[in-house]
Write a protein that binds this ligand. Sequence first.
Ligand code: ADP
Ligand code: MG
Length: 269
Amino acid sequence: MSRVIVITSGKGGVGKTTVTANLGMSLARLGYKTIVVDADIGLRNLDLLLGLENRVIYTILEVLSGECSLEQALIKDKRQPNLSLLPAAQNRNKDCISCDQIRNLMSILEKVYEYILIDCPAGIETGFHNAISSAREAIVVTTPEIAAVRDADRVIGLLEANGIQKIFLLLNRFRPEMVKSNDMMSVEDVREILAIPLLGVIPEDESVIVSTNRGEPLVLGKKISLPGLAFENMAYRLEGQNVDFINFDLHSKNPLKRIKNFFLGPTTT
Ligand code: ADP
Ligand code: MG
């Protein structure tokens, strides 16, 4: 049975699309037939992050309205043949599709793909309900900010109310230095508030922005970055493997901190 996982958050701009692209590519690299579905109708982005924007001809909406076949809309990644993208429409209203239509489409995809990752729009309105309607699992993305965590909490409640019980936490844009100076919530703080299993912690890193702009997922880089490694670890954890969480102190760019860690050992965040 394929795993249908929605990537959601409530709040916008916390990293849902970044996570969908990188986790999708990581799972495909592990050998799983994976499709990433852009359910952010009207604000499509996933094609850009994957560098596939020039190949979009048809979108999920033409598939649902019968204007094209599913095969015509699917884009196979040339760098990684296990990965496909079903793009969203850019200029149409997200209210024009229904949960039933999405469920039918997913049941077709489930026959082919081992992982189906759905990139959810921000908010908790129609687009959110469509995106979660056929998911059996969810990854809730949040940053360590009070507004994002509160929205994540609300979304977890809605996911549970909709029968999704397997919900993972992904903490993005984490900055250990700010935690040390008591200016940011720690991983433990967020975990305690949201009380769902932690799938991964992605540090704030400019390589994420560079990869977004280049349309090249981090996990494809020749020299893998720290966030790239964190995404790969997430893929292994989804598969049930017990992978240690990265200790960001050990990778600090601050030379003084590295020296201090060398002598005193890293402090946990
Ligand atoms: P969402 O899909 O939730 O709206 P995106 O994935 O589009 O969020 O990310 C929003 C912005 O934040 C993008 O410009 C992206 O490059 C940036 N971003 C996401 N995660 C990180 C990170 N870990 N470090 C630095 N920038 C990030
Ligand atoms: Mg997005």
